[in-house]
Write a protein that binds this ligand. Sequence first.
Ligand code: KG4
Ligand code: ZN
Length: 348
Amino acid sequence: MTIILGIESSCDETAAALVSDGRVILAQHIASQDEQHRPYGGVVPEIAARAHAERIAPMVEATLADAGMSLADVDAIAATAGPGLIGGVMVGLVTAKALAMASGKPLLAVNHLEGHALSPRLADGELCFPYMLLLVSGGHCQILWVEGVGQYRRLATTIDDALGEAFDKTAKILGLGYPGGPAVERLAATGNPKAVPLPRPLLGSSEPHFSFAGLKSAVLRASQAGTHDDADIAAAFQQAAIDCLIDRLKQAMDGLGEDLTRADALVVAGGVAANKAIRGALETLAAGRSLRFVAPPLALCTDNAAMIAWAGLERFASGQSDGLDVAARPRWPLDPDASPVRGAGVKA
Ligand code: KG4
Ligand code: ZN
């Protein structure tokens, strides 16, 4: 049996997990920093890095203790090495390096996006390569073609905001607090999506890329007008987001041509995949294209260390590991060959 210790610290969750090649999460701990960041309505990098530094070592200890294991029982140590908030990434990666050095076990520097991309295979033993992946989180919004471990083709990305970011900003505008996604989803369930006209940026455009900045501004204007019910605004925003996702995915599918017939499934991952209305729309889209729809359980969608341990395990199983000098990377595209997108800002 192969057992990997995984560490995640690239945003506002500090997490450690032990995962086996039998697709079993042997133990895991996760601490959210929501309380620390709430007063600011978003993640403050300096606060995040300090919180990771305080929590990570005790969390690794607790995870090993829960599984009744020591480092001697672990085959390799995996940590997120990017992309993400660099202070936090460095805390997790340096912790993993120290553990690897002390135990003599191999180190795996894992791309956080690869964690999200492969985590559906931890939950679903049937999921085979290749598959089409919609990766939607607070920092990322991409459509990827996952050909195999380490083989990712980026079909689309956002030219401005990530979808999770748009959910968080909508929550802020509507005074729903942080983190915003779940709150917007709850309020949207009680509203009428047709009551507020909102734009669908890039709908019908030939490249399958996303744009959500204009939608967010329209939400702000609708809210400032003072004539709409907040629940209606939330519902209209969520419906516009869904319409954009489905249209862009259809475009990406059409662009794949024959390749799509090799796809095992349409897969969704990342924090926004927790949204049930979005899941429902994706499921319908997949059924219409005779594709299986795979979504990891909610706890595996948002940031966690089990997905990092699993991605590390998949790389370890294919004979890979990293040196103790491996760098922490604030930016780290999964597909280095993807051409830059006009208008794209800082989002990967
Ligand atoms: O993957 P994740 O935990 O962190 C990043 O790597 O970004 O994703 C967090 C994002 C946040 O923007 C949060 O608002 C969004 O996922 N999110 C949701 C829902 N739950 C979390 N968005 C929409 N509906 C939800 N139910
Ligand atoms: Zn994430």
